[in-house]
Design a protein around this ligand. Structure first.
Ligand code: NDP
Length: 249
């Protein structure tokens, strides 16, 4: 199914998976709403998208996914510009891995706020429109960390498991009644800025050598997986996409 002309909100669009996804989906003709906190990065991306012939349009709305009032801005801005909301990709996330014994409790809070509450805020914001129009697609970026523990990942893995299970609950409640599809995307290691949020020195020492020789996924691989989920016919809901680097255990 074509996504040409669809309106797609992407959180965390200022880098990595969000940025690659915005480029891919706009290339396929979708209009993309780019949101994150770094406005300069979003503006650069908008320019890049709109410089290409035949790409969809791009709208920049700076927002923090932990703030419900910012979502109000996203929804109002999107409806004003594009009239409908067809898809949200809840992608914004943090991964400050640390060992529990080191008690980086501020980082635990941040992960719960962004990785879990940020997704809940996004879903709550788009549902009134999607339920009214009786269609839509919610894509939540979970992780392979929802399926297995990584060193220093007790809290991060817990947040991504929450996203995966929330997605399944959403799908069961919304898809049959409202025709709203729900997909959980669960990647293994992707080269992005995500590891830059790690402050725990023990983890830095252990994780970096582990991934040094690994051929990781690229953000574009995840963008392709998202496009695959979005381009299925109405009757088919891709529930989960579990995508690992070939070399990763
Ligand atoms: P990046 O660090 O490149 O992207 C993270 C994005 O989240 C940035 O655009 C950042 O934008 C945004 N963000 C962070 N906090 C907030 C906030 N409070 N409000 C709004 N936006 C925020 O990493 P990835 O592209 O790798 O990560 C994207 C998603 O993919 C995350 O959910 C991550 O957990 C998940 N994932 C990543 C994997 C990987 O190996 N890289 C593997 C599996 C899942 P800004 O700072 O401008 O606000």
């Amino acid at each position: 199914m074509s996504i040409k002309g669809k309106t797609i909100i992407i959180t965390g669009a200022s880098s990595g998976i969000g940025e690659a996804t915005a480029l891919k989906l706009s290339k396929e003709g979708a209009n993309v709403v780019l949101t994150a906190r770094r406005e300069d990065k979003l503006k650069e991306l908008k320019k890049k998208i709109e410089a290409k012939k035949d790409h969809g349009k791009a709208l920049v709305i700076t927002a923090d996914v932990t703030k419900k009032q910012d979502y109000k801005k996203i929804i109002e801005g999107t409806l004003k510009e594009f009239k409908s909301i067809d898809v949200i990709i809840n992608n914004a996330g943090l991964m400050p891995l640390s060992y529990i014994k080191n008690l980086h409790t501020d980082e635990w809070d941040k992960m719960i706020d962004v990785n879990i509450k940020g997704v809940l805020n996004g879903v709550a914001a788009v549902l009134p429109s999607m339920m009214e129009q009786k269609s839509g697609h919610i894509i939540n970026i979970s992780s392979s960390a929802a399926r297995k523990y990584y060193p220093g990942g007790a809290v991060y893995c817990a947040t991504k498991s929450a996203v995966k299970m929330f997605s399944e609950g959403l799908r069961q409640e919304l898809a049959p009644t409202y025709g709203i599809k729900v997909t959980s995307i669960e990647p293994g290691f992707v080269s992005t800025e995500l590891t830059e949020t790690i402050t725990d020195e023990e983890i830095k020492k252990e994780l970096m050598p582990m991934v040094k020789d690994l051929t990781t996924l690229e953000a574009e691989d995840i963008a392709e997986a998202i496009y695959y989920a979005l381009s299925q016919p109405d009757r088919a809901n891709i529930n989960d996409v579990y995508i690992m680097p070939t070399e990763q255990k």
